[in-house]
Design a protein around this ligand. Structure first.
Ligand code: C5P
Length: 235
C-alpha cells in the first residue's frame, strides 16, 4: 500500500550514511523522502536502491534543465530507477517539458510524477530583472505554471503562499508540491514565507516538503507523527 501521508522528508545530508541513518528513524508508512543534489552527487544512484529497500517512495529533486533530448533521457532514467516523483525547470521551455512527458509515456507501467519548478523562492523581483524578466515573481510563477500544465507536467513545486492561486487557476488535480513548511512552534530557519502543514493543505497543496523541522528534531518520528495527526491522516 502506498503512503497515505502528504509529507515528504527532505534528506538534506552531506553523506549517504547520515541520510540512511535518518531514513531508518523514519517510517515509509508515515512519509516519503526527497533526495536532492547534494546527497545524490555524493552518494550516486545507489542511494535510490538503499531507500527503496527501506520501503520509501522517493522524490528525486534534481531540477533538470538542459536541451530537450538530454532532460527527456534523464527523466526516463529516473523513472526506470523507480522514483515516485522527479522534477525539471519550467524555464527550460515547452519543448523540454513535452519531450520529458513523452519519454515517460513511452515507458511501460510507469507512474512517476513529473513536476516542474517555476521560480526559485530564493529569487526576488530584482533577481528576475537581472536575468531579463520584467515581471513580479507571482506573475512569472503563474506564467510558468500554466506553461508547465499545457506542456504535460503533472504539477509544480511552489510556495504554499501560491497554492490557493495556482489551485484556482489550474485546477485541483494539478499537483502542488510545497516546501517552506513549519509545524507550530518549530524554528523558521532561513525560510522566509512559511505555513503550517494544515494551512498549506487547506490552501490547496498536495504534498508538503519538510526538512529540518523533522531531520534536526531530537525525536524525528514524534514530529512526523504529530504532523500527520494534525493533518488527520489515517495511518
Ligand atoms: O529544512 P527545510 O524544511 O527548509 O527544507 C526544505 C527543502 O525544500 C530543502 O530541501 C530545500 O532545498 C527545498 N526547497 C525549498 N524551497 C524551494 C524549493 C525547494 O526550500 N523553493
Amino acid at each position: 500500500m502506498s503512503c497515505q501521508s502528504p509529507i515528504v522528508v527532505a534528506l538534506d545530508f552531506p553523506t549517504m550514511a547520515q541520510s540512511i541513518e535518518m531514513a531508518k528513524r523514519l517510517d515509509p508508512k508515515l512519509c516519503r523522502v526527497k533526495v536532492g543534489k547534494e546527497l545524490f552527487t555524493t552518494a550516486g544512484p545507489v542511494i535510490l536502491d538503499e531507500l527503496h529497500n527501506l520501503g520509501f517512495d522517493i522524490f528525486l529533486d534534481l531540477k533538470f534543465h538542459d536541451i530537450p533530448n538530454t532532460v527527456a533521457n534523464a527523466v526516463s532514467v529516473a523513472a526506470k530507477a523507480g522514483v515516485w516523483m522527479v522534477n525539471v525547470h519550467a524555464s527550460g521551455g515547452r519543448r523540454m517539458m513535452e519531450a520529458s512527458a513523452n519519454a515517460l509515456q513511452q515507458l511501460p507501467d510507469q507512474n512517476t510524477l513529473l513536476i516542474a519548478v517555476t521560480v526559485l523562492t530564493s529569487m526576488d523581483q530584482s533577481d528576475l530583472l537581472e536575468v531579463g524578466i520584467d515581471l513580479t515573481p507571482e506573475q512569472h510563477v503563474k506564467r510558468l505554471a500554466s506553461l508547465a500544465k499545457s506542456s504535460g507536467m503533472d504539477g509544480v513545486v511552489c510556495s504554499a503562499q501560491e497554492s490557493a492561486m495556482l489551485s484556482s487557476e489550474l485546477g485541483k488535480d494539478f499537483v502542488l508540491v510545497t516546501p517552506g513548511i513549519r509545524p507550530v512552534g518549530s524554528a523558521q530557519g532561513d525560510q522566509k514565507r512559511i505555513m503550517t502543514p494544515a494551512q498549506a493543505m487547506a490552501a490547496g497543496s498536495h504534498y508538503l516538503v519538510m526538512g529540518r523541522p523533522i531531520t534536526q528534531a531530537d525525536d524525528p518520528i514524534a514530529v512526523l507523527t504529530q504532523s500527520n495527526q494534525d493533518l488527520g491522516v489515517a495511518i
